[in-house]
Design a protein around this ligand. Sequence first.
Ligand SMILES: Nc1ncnc2c1ncn2[C@@H]1O[C@H](COP(=O)(O)OP(=O)(O)OP(=O)(O)O)[C@@H](O)[C@H]1O
Ligand SMILES: [Mg+2]
Length: 379
Amino acid sequence: MHVEALELSKFRNYRSLNIELDPHLNIFVGDNAQGKTNLLESVYFLATGRSHRTNRDGDLINWHGEEAQVRAQVKTIMGSFTMRANLSRDRRKRFMIGGEELRRQSDLLGFLNVVLFSPDDLQLVKGSPSMRRRFIDLLLAQTSKVYRYDLVNYNKVLQQRNSFLKSIAEGKAKRDDLLLWDEQLVRYGTQLMFRRAKAIDRIGELASISHREISGGEETLTVHYLPFYATEGTTPETLEALSADEIAENFAQGLAAHRHQEMRRGVTLVGPQRDDILFRVDGKDARQFASQGQQRTVVLATKLAELEFMREEVGEYPVLLLDDVLSELDFSRRSSFLEIISGRVQTLLTTTDRDNFQQDKLCQFREYGIVDGQLVGEG
Ligand SMILES: Nc1ncnc2c1ncn2[C@@H]1O[C@H](COP(=O)(O)OP(=O)(O)OP(=O)(O)O)[C@@H](O)[C@H]1O
Ligand SMILES: [Mg+2]
């Protein structure tokens, strides 16, 4: 799928912008603080309903404005349609597909799929588990309606169960009623975990292939799902090919084992909100042992796997947003990355230094200069 045209009004430092995009490679060149990331953020926002760098939607509206709008003409194998996001300082945000307003924000996912790769993603290996959970959640929420549904429901149940636990801790509720919440928690949670396990398995296969391509075949990457009940000594291989029944059983056991602690502390201590993903290079935990360069290669390989996974699941590639990350790679890694995606994936790429891409054997591409939230010249 690809974005044919993008229109911004009062989004961040853009007063108004109207551009047509190449179905393949688009390079946005500009100095620091000119609006390159803001532009990618607008596409990410339209696709996912949220920004990748702030939880305050008001930040996205131009400082001198009350409302902002992002509009895109999107083309997919299903057809061509318009997507629109409206932000306002005094109303909730609204999303429109064609002329129709969406009732729930979670319905937005799946219309325009994106994979974002920004400098923050280099933390995917070393950062906190929550980053890795967000990674797998967004991937699955974009590609599976059922996962979206289970995720929304799980989070709702989790929240309600937590407030119920607080009431018990304060002596305001009966502990027997907790069982009702447990049943739902396990039901939705098991679905999430089962799908995560399968997806991470496939992502691992794909990532290890692309990892071999970029690293010149010298190292082997493996990716493993670590459900919340995996303990320090668990061998990740024993957690592969888990059945839904096994997961549900482990979940129920975990709840039983933590019941007293949960009631005392007033919070749910087990469940997929505690899952993690393990990356290994040549069998060693990349979080502990991988060098900077190795981590970067792992993330790059994982991003490529993400693209491929999405194509397998939905029948076409998502749009790739590359925020200033390729310039940090050495020439050969950058070239093999661009070679893999070229001609197949619509890419919006930002850089401060266009010379970084001069030597590369790029296929056709379109170049845009960005200065102070304005387009200056197209090539
Ligand atoms: N709501 C807003 N209204 C107006 N300007 C904003 C708003 N939010 C951010 N900005 C401005 O946008 C600029 C940052 O834009 P952006 O992050 O896109 O820069 P960039 O081109 O990606 O720079 P770098 O190369 O350093 O990453 C900042 O100078 C900031 O002041
Ligand atoms: Mg930037």
